[in-house]
Write a protein that binds this ligand. Structure first.
Ligand SMILES: Nc1ncnc2c1ncn2[C@@H]1O[C@H](COP(=O)(O)OP(=O)(O)OP(=O)(O)O)[C@@H](O)[C@H]1O
Ligand SMILES: [Mg+2]
Length: 270
């Protein structure tokens, strides 16, 4: 990270964020800042809370306690007479416009062609004219290498192509932070590379902050400015890719990485 990033106000700020489901505490008082344009990879064992961390930011899951700010504004709360109260749906809706997410499963609209899959939200959520939306969508689809598939329907695309449409669909909204959650883990191995290459390209040119949850350690090393290791609902260790992958400090991270190495890129003990 360079100095400007360290001093700039964060785009995302988690403060003492906890999440419980019933009796289970899934996240324990998480503090996490993401700087403008920073690429943060999140690694950690299955069940350690990575997806939940992203879902809280995407407003799909509500924190049990703590606050999250995006662009300096509270996400889940409003301040009324100095007290924090839960924000209403209108506020959440507005804030959601700053955040884009791509999941493991693409959920494209099967009855719409690729272009329409990408233009729907800019037209209906951002209120762009059809022409503006099409222009933006075509640019994005070209960027992800699908400029020749505008008229195709999702059922005619490979898994990797569908996932690239999902990426274009999120990017077309121009969010200030993008969340990628295991976007390649449902793909056939031979399709993983093309999707990771697209994300790397976007990351390289990008003004956008990114949270990249991944089991692809080489990808995390290549793309991230900072890597966060979660285990048991806490951030156990964080640092540069160099520090995390070549000089891990905590026994839990050391054990996690050695399981990966033993499994030649896959975590073998879940
Ligand atoms: N809606 C829910 N209700 C109850 N428990 C949940 C819910 N969502 C997640 N959990 C639990 O929270 C824990 C953390 O889940 P999460 O999906 O955040 O883990 P993860 O790190 O993303 O794992 P993976 O690598 O397998 O995707 C798990 O034990 C999971 O079973
Ligand atoms: Mg997950």
């Amino acid at each position: 990270m360079n100095n400007t990033r360290q001093t700039a106000d964060p785009i995302v700020r988690y403060r003492s964020v906890s999440k419980t489901f019933g009796d289970l505490t899934i996240l324990h008082e998480i503090d996490l800042d993401i700087a403008p344009a920073e690429k943060v990879a999140v690694i950690g064992p299955s069940g350690s809370g990575k997806t939940t961390l992203a879902r809280l930011l995407m407003t799909l899951e509500e924190p049990t306690s703590g606050t999250i700010e995006v662009n300096g504004e509270l996400l889940w709360h409003k301040r009324v007479n100095g007290r924090l109260v839960r924000a209403d749906e209108r506020h959440l809706h507005k804030m959601r416009g700053n955040i884009g997410m791509v999941f493991q499963h693409f959920n494209l609209f099967p009855h719409m062609n690729i272009l329409r899959n990408v233009t729907e939200a800019p037209i209906h959520v951002l209120g762009l004219s059809r022409e503006e939306a099409v222009e933006r969508a075509v640019t994005m689809l070209e960027k992800v290498g699908l400029g020749d598939k505008l008229e195709a329907y999702p059922s005619h695309l490979s898994g990797g192509q569908k996932q690239r449409v999902a990426i274009a669909r999120a990017l077309v909204m121009r969010p200030s932070v993008m969340l990628f959650d295991e976007v390649t883990s449902a793909l056939d191995p031979e399709l993983v590379g093309e999707v990771l290459a697209v994300i790397k390209e976007i990351a390289r040119e990008g003004e956008m902050a990114m949270m990249l949850i991944t089991h692809e350690m080489d990808f995390a090393r290549d793309v991230a400015d900072r890597v966060i290791f979660t285990d048991g609902g806490t951030i156990v260790e964080e640092g540069s890719p160099e520090q995390i992958f070549h000089d891990p400090q905590s026994p839990r991270l050391q054990a996690f990485l050695s399981r990966f190495r033993a499994g030649s890129g896959k975590e073998v003990m879940r």
